[in-house]
Ligand binder design. Sequence first.
Ligand code: ADP
Ligand code: MG
Length: 494
Amino acid sequence: MNAPVKPSQLIKGATGDWEVVIGLEIHAQVSSSAKLFSGAATEFGGAPNSHVSLVDAAMPGMLPVINEECVRQAIRSGLGLNARIHLRSVFDRKNYFYPDLPQGYQISQYKSPIVGEGEVVVDLPDGGSVTVGIERLHLEQDAGKLLHDQHPTSTFVDLNRSGVALMEIVSKPDLRSSEQAKAYVSKLRTILRYLGTCDGDMEKGSLRADVNVSVRRPGEPYGTRCEIKNVNSIRFIGQAIDYEARRQIGILEDGGTIDQETRLFDANKGETRSMRSKEEAHDYRYFPDPDLLPLEFTQAYVDELKAQLPELPDAKKARFIRDFGLSAEDAGVLVSERESAEFYEAVLAELKDQGRDGKLAANWVINELFGRLNKDGQSIESSPVSAAQLAAIVALIGDGTISGKIAKELFEIVWTEGGDPRVLVEQRGMKQVTDLSAIEKVVDDIVAANPDKAAQVVAKPAMLGWFVGQVMKSSGGKANPQAVNDLLKRKLGL
Ligand code: ADP
Ligand code: MG
């Protein structure tokens, strides 16, 4: 059970507080080289109608043949969502007419989906978490795409996407704010990317959401929902929810009622608009597709797939906290992308025999490396600093060879010029001075040059920081900060 909605999540209306209720239907394109019922390629960006088989174009007499790889990916996704896998499921025809759908129906799953109930734990920006119920995951075909901007009086159709496998992942109405909804979509995307069952690329439309929104007074039954179709970025999902909740509250507070309808999010205006009134299941005249047998597989097959799943983000996060002493926040950042977690683990592997300090390594990956990658708009896969190089820098800090400050300079050199950090430290004289007599000489000089400040420091111990700064500056940042501190305290009588 989730904690009750916090007052901060309620929306203030003119007549009191409202609670927003959200359920999401996520369409995730299955990572597979071929379509759900044909051998045509699923590649993105081909010339229009270059990846279309006779099945995808719905030529008479063509029969669909299930692509086992798509089934395998759907099962693996279901396992990643802690969901029940149904050993028998059924493909149905969902009938509707639209020019991007040459069959005149979409092959989907209705009453018997391949995956049943599951759940996803979602960490929230405020440190809390919410458990979101999964209603189902089913397989279905994508439709083609209409092109309205190719000809002054005609509309063209591109069937490259027609028949591509989608997983529709339906959540229960368990989300209570746009923040929660955004965090849920990110988490789902992360899980699918770890599994390799969907690339999660929202810009290319590989992952998009139908967003169901209703509002109610706290504690009352659910209100009537509106469904905002095909929202294709996490930021837009948040904006659409906030706008839609406000719109519904406005209507209800004016004494009106909400019509259950399908709406569209206009990203330019940041508002939702009515598309059509809500269609009911019977409008689609669902019936089992007579061209396809029920989909059946054995529990042994499911068990085998389960045994081969990669370590998923929740398990990885728990292990990072347990084995490397990381905070939940740092562990969460590292596991949010599989590539980041792998990079961190590669750094730790390099540090194996060098007094491995997991926290220090995490700091360097998150703050220095990610910070630098972001600044340059680069991704971890193309990082100019390798895991081995970063590990060497961390090891040099760990054993006291360089200070944290010098390490940042070293990092910058490795970033721009490359090279072995250990060699660079030698060549460029970057080693930390731990020779006490050398540091003492600098300390004495600084104290002697500033008699007035030295006289004040006993009354104002905070001034010690100024002295430390002077000594560090004068030593080119290479003096061991601990030694500087100790020596200064002694010399200044603190
Ligand atoms: P449909 O095909 O009619 O859209 P689905 O079962 O596919 O129905 O999806 C319904 C979605 O709407 C689910 O994600 C569910 O959580 C959500 N939902 C149901 N009732 C409400 C409600 N009152 N407010 C917000 N979301 C809701
Ligand atoms: Mg729907």
